[in-house]
Design a protein around this ligand. Structure first.
Ligand code: COI
Length: 355
């Protein structure tokens, strides 16, 4: 593990006075973490520095071919002052899976975790504590070679920035409206759908704008091959409760393997609920909504946590779910996941890591 140099800011920023108005991803803390890669030295020179703009050549490869990976994680402060990360090993493993898919050199897990802990420790006074808030963590890698040919870059920057945040959706825990997209697709078989990279998110924008204009919060994607099977929502994985069973799309290579998704599956099974990871056709969903067997629907994600879905639309079919409120399984998952994350519930599953 490499030693991290720390340079503290001489000009600390004003911290947000009202934690109920944080929003998501708008405010950034005093420091950032940086590490560099070149073929001679590998990943090297890890440091915590005052948060600052970075300077890159306009020819840097990330600007042209999008070779970049990012992650999303959160830190929490418990009532007795401990700082907790939620399953960081899972995010680090996923980051390196994305790196491999995107031809980015893997980051040594211990340097990743050490850098993350050091940065959160330095900026710990920025961790909000009001219910529903957390310190959102955004690790990312960008390709920096100044070159316009298409090939993997030789040089990279790995950075981590922090953002004290509230709920991802303005509606908080009120159920959101989701548009099932029948025209554009997000990812295809053999593509980069399961990697966490900007390309998947830019691919989602056109449909998201269309859905927003129609009064919907997000888009639920169908598979890019048959355009028939449910995949994931723009910023979260999706779950349904149909006929008493919890059902979620099976990971098929074009769906992001969410850490909160895996945690929901583990918790539901732990509570004795039957969980099926399988293909779910949109026709099955429309039929289940019609005959009343679609009991609940929620999304899961680091930023979204557990977000109940109260309304789905596919072509001319409008599906109202759960009478406009949060369902019992979604509520229990929200309470349990946030309870473990914030140290209010005992972490019997060993998911939290102390900074
Ligand atoms: C996260 O949940 O951390 C994500 O990266 C999703 C992002 C679109 C906010």
């Amino acid at each position: 593990m490499q030693e991290i140099k720390v340079e503290l800011t001489q000009n600390p920023k004003q911290k947000p006075a009202d934690e109920s108005k944080l929003g998501f991803g708008k405010i950034f803390t005093d420091h950032m973490y940086i590490m560099e890669y070149n073929p001679e030295k590998g990943w090297h020179n890890p440091r915590v520095e005052p948060y600052h703009a970075i300077s890159l050549e306009p020819s840097a490869m990330v600007f042209h071919y999008g070779q970049e990976m990012f992650e999303g994680m959160k830190a929490y402060k418990t009532e007795d002052g401990r700082i907790l990360l939620f399953r960081p090993d899972k995010n680090i493993e996923r980051a390196n899976n994305s790196n491999r898919r995107l031809c980015i050199p893997e980051i040594p897990a211990e340097d990743f975790l050490n850098g993350l802990k050091k940065l959160v420790e330095v900026d710990q006074d920025w961790i909000p504590t009001q219910p529903g808030t957390s310190l959102y963590i955004r690790p990312f890698v960008i390709a920096t070679d100044p070159f316009l040919g298409v090939r993997p870059s030789d040089t990279y920057l790995f950075m981590i920035i922090l953002s004290p945040s509230g709920a991802y959706y303005e509606s908080g825990l009120d159920p959101v409206k989701i548009w099932i997209e029948d025209d554009y697709v997000r990812a295809v078989r053999g593509g980069i759908g399961e990697a966490k990279t900007g390309g998947n998110y830019v691919a989602s924008l056109k449909a998201q704008v269309k859905a927003h204009d129609e009064g919907y919060s997000q888009v639920l994607w169908l598979d890019g091959v048959e355009r028939k099977y449910i995949e994931e929502v723009g910023a979260m994985n999706i779950f349904f409760k149909i006929n008493g069973k919890v059902v979620t799309p099976v990971l098929n290579g074009s769906i992001l393997p969410g850490v909160t998704r895996a945690s929901c599956i583990d918790l539901c099974r732990h509570w004795g609920l039957e969980v099926e990871e399988r293909r779910i056709s949109v026709d099955e969903l429309v039929a289940a909504a019609k005959d009343g067997s679609l009991e609940e629907c929620w999304g899961s994600g680091t930023a979204a946590v557990i977000s109940p879905v109260g309304h789905l639309r596919f072509e001319d079919s409008v599906m109202q779910i759960g009478g406009g409120g949060i369902g019992p399984v979604s509520q229990k998952l929200y309470d349990t996941v946030t309870g473990i994350q914030t140290g209010k519930l005992e972490d019997t599953l060993g998911w939290t890591v102390r900074v």
